[in-house]
Design a protein around this ligand. Sequence first.
Ligand code: PEP
Ligand code: MG
Length: 579
Amino acid sequence: MFMNSGILASQGLAFGKALLYKEEKIIINYNKISINEVDKEIKRFIDARHKSIVQLKSIVKKANKLFGRKKAIIFEGHILLLEDIELEQEIITLIKKLNFTADAAIFSVMNDQIIALKNINDIYLKERVIDIHDISKRLLHNILELEIIDLSLIKDKIILIAKDLTPSLIAQFDIKVVIGLLTDLGGSTSHTSIIARSLGLPAIVGLGNITSKIKTGDIVILDGINNKFYINPSSDIINEFKLLRRKFFIEKNELKKIKDLTAVTLDGHMVEISVNINKIDDVKNVFSSGAESIGLYRTEFLFMNRSSLPDEEEQFLVYKDIAKRMNNKPIVIRTMDIGGDKYISYLNFPKEENPFLGWRAIRIMMDRKDILYSQIRAILRASYFGKLYIMFPMIISLEEVLFLKKEISKIKIELFNDGYFFDNNIKIGVMIETPSAAIISNHLAKEVDFFSIGTNDLTQYTLAVDRGNDSISHLYNPFSPAVLYLIKRIINYSHIEGKWTSVCGELASDRNAVVLLLGMGLDKFSVNITSVANVKKIIRNTNFFKAKKLVKNVLSESTVEGVMYLLNKFIRKNNILNI
Ligand code: PEP
Ligand code: MG
């Protein structure tokens, strides 16, 4: 079966067995049991608990090996909680005295604990809610004989079929075994897609209900070049795919030759290519990708998949490590951009109708000065060991910039008094990713050292189209004349003030956008590690003078169609995509 109604999130090819990651619904039996069934129900509970402990022991071993002690300890904690004698007594009492089924007793006891903990104002106890929730889910799955898909235990290569690729799902699996991804949800710049691209994982997202169309064990061809996939393909399709794969690898090898060349146009205009990273582990691939620097470090990933805030010392050690490993090459550290589609359980998030318009990024940090201070102190302390820049996301006003700059000055005095060394001239930049920031970029450019355009959010907010909502993904288009107008405006104003601008949104590596951004005078492209060579190829095949002329024409177009027509014509006529 052939299908292609999704959004190509990450290029590449994969061929293999599918693994469907779909959690089965837990249905609890609330009927009262008879006296003769009590022993049987107690045994059901004891057996399910035993099975859960055996599973967890094997996860502890695996987690130790793959992720280290820190992660393994979480599962050891689960075992201790399961072995808790009070918990056992409470569940057995409900079965014996109130004639509950074992599943109803487990659910009731665990749920009471969760409610009680949620009502206590203590961060440590609140964290335990997640653990109890996980244990309760495992116990109930085992007692109801539902399948638990333990991604951490998979050894063979698979194409993962899931509702969405959440950071916590990624944390569970060994990235070497997942060779492709098909999801129900997601848009081209949702974080699912960004993560898939940064992992070099071929992915098609926003497929609606792919989780009900593919079964575990189905053979899948994922053609992430042409945005197609096949379920249980015929031998003809398999042969065609193998040819495509050969061609793809040849092209990939050709690109490898380009990656270390400079990003210079045919007529000698030079730009900088840097990369976006999400975690410290990505640093090892920065130089081998051909990039010169890190244009965006999304620090919020340091705050996710854990149960409490990383303190100043922990952050300092991470930033210092990156600074040293980058050998004095620039690293733009973006302050924590939590909120929107990135959520952390321990921050007491209010219930929001519109999280993308809500408590996000600097809005959180300006309310929670402790978070602002620990992060800025950590970055400043680490700046002594390399070339770090600070960048603030989600700016909407000059007041915010002035406030944040003032806080940085105060922190510098604090650090000086505490006897720390730091880069007193550290560069401070902002992301331009809201229409408001783009419109006042003339004012902002006077106050900061650089801009980085977050085209993922700028497109979302300018067009009022949720970047992760697949049902309106056809409306999400960074080539819209409105977005292009703003990008040009931002670059112009930064240059008027003698500052530089980069694009760190996904648009910077879009094959149709590179010539356009280049012609607009963009100084720096900050792209995924896997896109560096391709972006260099396009730049090296482009004439800057001609690209500037192209921009003039494109900006006078009033429709996306008109823009795309001019871009495609330019790219074809000038052989831009040739190796
Ligand atoms: C952007 O919005 O373009 C950006 C780079 O930031 P993020 O994708 O992390 O929101
Ligand atoms: Mg953004």
